[in-house]
Design a protein around this ligand. Structure first.
Ligand code: URA
Length: 235
């Protein structure tokens, strides 16, 4: 069991790793890796689709028109970006904002799973089809699932998964915005439920009796990652 401070440090290391990622061809066309930002110990995580042009330029998630709507909706429920963790299925922008390709999702999903493991949210709001399908492991679309909370085991932990329409889809369609807003306004009550019951823990292994521990990452790398993380608003 690691402390919040340890998990935050590991998240910074993961950011350092992701910022040099060449796992899929998107590294050739990206300007900046958009790792994610917000509170590294947040109860609530939002997972969008992929960075767009503004995000690619600034290295931060949801900074365009869809992000402004997300900020407004967060404000309506008494939350700010500093309270939540926001990231995407893909950490690099697909050219011309095309849909993510399966190979890109597969190459990138390790980062998302590690983020979930390190932030340890009790609740994850998936925004739109791509994150909903990925985290549910099912092809059911967002129009059937939005606003229906369910408990899902993701990695070692159970989380409350709460699919929502993507804010970009709500920008131009009044009925989608209405549905997104109504679903969003249920978030505080769902958060009040607290963490869902956790799956039975595997019996823990006896502690290693060694002073050697694990090798420390190179210190320049850590500093580089933490400076970048500070710029990113990683609280
Ligand atoms: N749309 C997304 O899914 N993510 C962003 O970061 C911005 C727009």
């Amino acid at each position: 069991m690691s402390t919040a401070a340890e998990r935050r440090e590991r998240l910074k290391d993961l950011y350092g790793e992701a910022s040099k990622c060449v796992r899929c061809p998107l590294h050739q066309t990206r300007t900046k890796v958009v790792f994610g930002a917000g509170n590294a110990d947040a109860e609530l995580m939002f997972v969008g689709e992929a960075p767009g042009a503004n995000e690619d330029r600034l290295g931060l998630p949801f900074v365009g028109a869809a992000g402004k709507l997300l900020d407004t909706l967060l404000g309506e429920i008494g939350l700010a970006r500093a309270d939540v963790w926001i990231c995407n299925v893909l950490k690099c922008r697909p050219p011309d904002n095309r849909d993510p390709h399966p190979i890109e999702i597969e190459s990138c999903q390790g980062y998302l799973h590690q983020q979930i493991e390190l932030v340890q949210p009790t609740m994850i709001c998936t925004l739109g089809n791509f994150s909903t399908k990925l985290l549910r492991g099912d092809i059911t679309g967002i129009s059937r699932l939005h606003g229906r909370d369910e408990v899902r085991v993701i990695g070692p932990r159970a989380v409350r998964l709460y699919p929502l329409y993507h804010p970009a889809a709500a920008l131009y369609t009044g009925s989608t915005l209405e549905a997104l807003r109504a679903d969003f306004h249920r978030i505080p009550k769902l958060l009040d439920l607290g963490p869902p019951p956790q799956p039975q823990q595997a019996p823990s292994l006896p502690e290693l009796d060694t002073d050697e521990g694990f090798p420390e990452p190179a210190s320049e790398e850590l500093i580089e990652a933490s400076e970048a993380a500070a710029q990113l608003g990683l609280f």
